[in-house]
Design a protein around this ligand. Structure first.
Ligand code: MN3
Length: 209
């Protein structure tokens, strides 16, 4: 994808109510149309005054974050990160009957974490361990090994050369309307709407890169 400035907010690849009853329509509307839109608008505003950065993709901005002009590092980290993380989150959700990993990803989750059950426990713990706002991620490292990590705020795994397979948004805006303050309930429901087909494709991309 060679998308660069000026970024736009693509529609969700499913209806706002498609993830009901696990993630509610109102949350999806606000999350996509307000929260993600704000990150897009703010990113465009930062880039407006930096023509030298306008040809860079989101990934290029984020991988090279420490080499950007110092004054734009934080706003680009927060806002390009906000766009990247939300697009990734939304694109890995679906309401289907497939509730577990498939293919090469399934085999390697078993290898790395013992079983899908054990993976779910460890991933849930990671999501619960994020203090304040951030994400839990399933990534591959530079050796292609699966790892669970967390990132604060809108940081991404990209500068650490980690390749994302799944991310779980644990900012309160992702769940507060339906699950109130009970992040564990949201994580349980999120597992019902993970797009494991897409996750397996992400995995194959990551180990082939
Ligand atoms: Mn969010």
């Amino acid at each position: 994808m060679t998308e660069h400035y000026k970024f736009i907010n693509y529609p969700l690849p499913y209806a706002y109510n498609a993830l009901e009853p696990y993630i509610d329509e109102k949350t999806m509307r606000l999350h996509h149309d307000k929260h993600l839109q704000t990150y897009i608008d703010n990113l465009n505003n930062v880039l407006k005054d930096h023509p030298e950065l306008q040809k860079l993709s989101l990934e290029q901005l984020l991988v090279n974050i420490n080499r950007l002009p110092e004054t734009v590092q934080t706003p680009i980290l927060n806002n390009a990160g906000g766009v990247y993380n939300h697009r990734f989150y939304f694109s890995n959700l679906i309401n289907s009957n497939l509730k577990h990993p498939i293919g090469a990803l399934a085999a390697n989750i078993n290898r790395a974490f013992g079983s899908f059950d054990s993976f779910q426990k460890q991933f849930t713990e990671a999501g619960l361990s994020v203090f304040g706002s951030g994400y839990a991620w399933l990534v591959t490292d530079r050796n292609g090994m699966l790892r669970i990590i967390t990132t604060p705020n809108q940081n991404t795994p990209l500068p650490q050369n980690l390749c994302p397979i799944l991310n779980l948004d644990v900012w309160e805006h992702a769940y507060y309307l339906k699950h109130y303050n009970v992040r564990a309930d949201y994580i349980k429901d999120w597992f019902q709407v993970v797009n494991w087909n897409k996750a397996n494709k992400n995995y194959l991309f990551c180990v082939g890169r």
